[in-house]
Design a protein around this ligand. Structure first.
Ligand SMILES: Cc1ncc(COP(=O)(O)O)c(C=O)c1O
Length: 134
């Protein structure tokens, strides 16, 4: 997944311009963070961070909504957290992001072993996983 994301982030970021924004979360595995941070640094792109509630481990969707008001190019989000087990509402997040014109990149490494995945229902643009996990 890390290799895929390093590769895809280079392709996806080709269209980014200086001053654009992307959205990352504080709940994600580093594999869905650092590749985007590196691409953002190279392109002069700003990062908005979505925090999570330390009591229940859920993503702060108000943070996301605020970040989306600035029309980011991309939202990278995990389907399920490797550290806390939180299953994120990726279908809802995708709808919110698409309404703002952002691409959605889902890290499904932790989720894929626990549940079936319907990418058409989620509607995301990219969903990546690692077969060695299952
Ligand atoms: C949620 C999550 N994303 C990404 C990765 C990285 O996957 P890979 O080892 O295929 O690069 C892991 C690895 O444990 C993970 O738990």
């Amino acid at each position: 997944m890390t290799t895929l994301t390093l590769h895809l982030s280079r392709s996806i970021s080709r269209d980014w311009q200086e001053g654009d924004e992307i959205v990352l979360t504080r709940l994600d595995h580093d594999a869905n963070v650092t590749p985007w941070v590196l691409a953002a640094q190279d392109k002069g792109v700003k990062i908005s961070w979505v925090n999570f509630d330390v009591e229940d481990g859920t993503l702060n969707l108000d943070d996301l909504q605020k970040a989306l008001e600035r029309k980011p190019k991309l939202v990278a989000v995990g389907y399920a957290s490797n550290s806390l087990g939180t299953v994120n509402p990726v279908e809802k997040i995708t709808k919110m992001a698409h309404d703002a014109g952002a691409l959605v990149y889902v890290d499904a490494v932790q989720y894929a072993v626990h549940g079936s995945i319907d990418v058409q229902k989620i509607g995301c643009d990219f969903l990546v996983s690692s077969s060695y996990k299952y």
